[in-house]
Design a protein around this ligand. Structure first.
Ligand code: DQA
Length: 163
């Protein structure tokens, strides 16, 4: 029988769907009923479904993960590094303004990411104006509601096409 040639790194890359990870921080499990004036009426399940559909249509693997625990989010970022996740979309929620530990995790993972906020954090209390993530992010989308996640995904899909 003829021996199969080993696939080149380039053709392997073309065959393996790129992996994207969406991380949602604390209290975002309450979306839909949580302060709708700031966060809108879409639930987290609605957002995740819309992202999953768009990713599937683009042939990309996308996983969403929400936690109310800093350590769980940090460990998910560590795992993302092992799994060769190409890009992350992250809404660190309140950890945006407090978590050096989660910032250090994304810095250590070295996975490029887009920071998303549903509300316009700059139009709110002063303590929300500082982010431990923005200077490390590719970019930040803030104040565009749940559409912000889809815009981030659209951007990353076009980036994947040109990678
Ligand atoms: C948020 C803004 C944060 O200040 C807040 O703590 C959140 C959600 C947003 O999506 O607008 O929980 O990240």
């Amino acid at each position: 029988m003829k021996k199969q040639k080993p696939a080149s790194a380039e053709s392997e890359k073309a065959k393996t769907p790129a992996k994207l990870l969406v991380l949602h921080g604390p209290n975002l499990n309450l979306l839909g009923s949580r302060e709708p004036g700031y966060y809108g009426l879409a639930t987290l399940a609605d957002i995740n479904l819309a992202l999953a559909r768009r990713a599937e249509a683009a042939g990309v693997e996308l996983e969403s993960f929400q936690s109310n625990h800093e350590g769980a989010l940090i460990e998910r970022v560590h795992a993302a590094r092992e799994q060769n996740v190409r890009y992350i979309i992250i809404n660190p929620a309140a950890y945006t303004h407090t978590s050096v530990a989660l910032r250090d995790a994304v810095a250590a993972a070295g996975i490029p990411f887009v920071e998303v906020h549903l509300s316009n954090v700059h139009a709110r209390e002063a303590f929300r104006h500082h982010s431990y993530f923005s200077d490390l992010a590719i970019g930040v989308i803030t104040g565009l509601g749940s559409e912000g996640y889809l815009l981030a995904l659209e951007y990353l899909l076009s980036r994947l096409n040109s990678d």
